[in-house]
Structures are given as structure tokens and as C-alpha cells.
Design a protein around this ligand. Structure first.
Ligand code: PGA
Length: 253
């Protein structure tokens, strides 16, 4: 049975002290997650170790990096390698967030290289995909997302693909307060799963967790997560408020 996941994306927010307080509050308020549920916290690089210490001993709560580089090591000033992340015990990395695609020109091919290196080091990528408003208005979102999946992931084996978490994040819904409707989310998630089924077979496709991202809030998480192909969410703004994130985690199937 595929995992149901609430993933927090702090982006470039909070001081160390604010981050510590937030995790303290979440740990204090969080009900124990069941075997099939995960909470993952994608925090800025300087807070990875702090977050691991705060979550140490908490069932099914993990820390993720928000990015990594596509090279193993070397003269790449300012970059962080997968090996570095592995050496401090990180198990998840968010890749291909629309903000990285937009502001740092990350291409599907570049992301494929990052995916490969993560898998080589046994780190699970949380791979983000999703279309802009312009693409949605032209009704070409399926082709666009299919291309993202094909160019970044479809070189992988079935065994490798089953280790990836997908986050579908329509760009027009990120940080805008405008969520995709439950039907729009379900429709795209089913489409994504179908792409995996065609390439890797139904069994593999049914094992892949597909998260929805884009203005997931405490008051809409339950309805979105209830959709059959939505396996939780990647949460930005609402993950910075302890009670909201706990409510969102409690909304997991
Ligand atoms: P949001 O961000 O929840 O603030 O819309 C989601 C994301 O970018 O991952």
C-alpha cells in the first residue's frame, strides 16, 4: 500500500530559533502517525541537523533537503552534494520545485541527473511537476506534465521508479491561495498514475505516492487528500504554522 505523506516545504523562511520552536510545537501537538503515514520536513540546509535532532525518536517523521547538486563532489562553490546529505543521515530531497525551475533555470534533463545521483546514494527524491496558468488555460497541462515525467524519470527502471515520490504542484496554485479543485487534482493525479502504469505496469504505478501541492491549508486538506489518487500534500505557507500543519497531517488517509 502506498504511503500517505504530509511534506512541509519551509522554503527560505524562518530563523533557526523560529524553526526550532515550530518543530517543538508540532512534535508536542502531533498524534502518532500510523505505519502508512509519513510527515517530512524540507528545511533549509543550515537547519537539517537541528531538525533531525528535534524529530529523533518520532515515529515516521523525517527531514528532507530542499535541493542538491547534480555532481558528486568538486569545485562547485556554494553547492551541496547528495553524499554530504547522506553523510548526515538525510533520506529525502525535494527536486524540481517550480521555484527552482523558474529562478534557477533547472531543466528536465538537469533534474534527471539529480534524480540519478540521489538514487545512487539511496536518497528518495520528492520530484515536483506541474504547469503554469498559461499552460492550464491552453488546456495543454497533460502534455506538459507528461514531458516533465518522461524527460526526468522515464529512463529509470521499475525498481528505481518505485522509490520516487511525486508532487504535482500547479504553479498557478502555489502561494496564491488558489487551490486546484478536488476534481482538477484528482484528474491530474490519475493522469500521472496512468503514465506510470503505461510505462511500468499497474502494480508499480499503484505503489507510487503522488502528493498535491499548491495552497494546501488546514481547511481544505481533508477534501483534497480524500481523492483516490491524492496521497497527501507538499505544503508551503501552511507548514509554517504548527497547528495548521498538524491539522493537515491529521487529514492524511
Ligand atoms: P504553498 O506552497 O502551500 O504555499 O502554495 C506549496 C509549495 O510550493 O510546495
Amino acid at each position: 500500500m502506498r504511503k500517505q505523506i504530509a511534506a512541509a516545504n519551509w522554503k527560505m523562511n524562518l530563523t533557526l530559533q523560529q524553526g526550532e520552536q515550530l518543530l517543538n510545537d508540532i512534535v508536542a501537538a502531533q498524534n502518532t502517525l500510523n505505519d502508512n503515514q509519513l510527515a517530512i520536513f524540507a528545511v533549509p540546509f543550515p537547519y537539517l541537523t537541528m531538525a533531525q535532532q528535534k524529530l529523533n525518536g518520532q515515529k515516521n517523521m523525517f527531514v528532507a533537503a530542499q535541493n542538491c547538486y547534480n555532481k558528486k563532489n568538486g569545485a562547485y562553490t556554494g553547492e551541496v552534494s547528495v553524499e554530504m546529505l547522506q553523510s548526515i543521515g538525510i533520506q529525502y530531497v525535494v527536486l524540481g520545485h517550480s521555484e527552482r525551475r523558474e529562478y534557477f533555470n533547472e531543466s528536465n534533463q538537469f533534474l534527471a541527473e539529480k534524480i540519478n545521483i540521489c538514487l545512487e546514494y539511496n536518497i528518495t527524491p520528492i520530484f515536483c511537476c506541474g504547469e503554469s496558468l498559461q499552460i492550464r488555460e491552453a488546456n495543454t497541462q497533460n502534455e506538459f506534465v507528461r514531458k516533465q515525467l518522461t524527460e526526468s524519470l522515464f529512463h529509470l527502471s521499475a525498481e528505481q521508479i518505485s522509490k520516487i515520490i511525486i508532487a504535482y504542484e500547479p504553479i498557478w496554485a502555489i502561494g496564491t491561495g488558489k487551490t486546484a479543485s478536488n476534481e482538477q487534482a484528482q484528474e491530474m493525479h490519475a493522469f500521472i498514475r496512468q503514465q506510470f502504469a503505461e510505462k511500468y505496469g499497474e502494480t508499480t504505478a499503484n505503489e507510487i505516492s503522488i502528493l498535491y501541492g499548491g495552497s494546501v491549508k488546514a481547511n481544505n486538506a481533508k477534501d483534497i487528500f480524500a481523492q483516490p489518487d491524492v496521497d497527501g500534500g507538499l505544503v508551503g505557507g501552511a507548514s509554517l504554522i504548527a497547528t495548521d500543519f498538524v491539522t493537515i497531517t491529521n487529514a492524511l488517509k
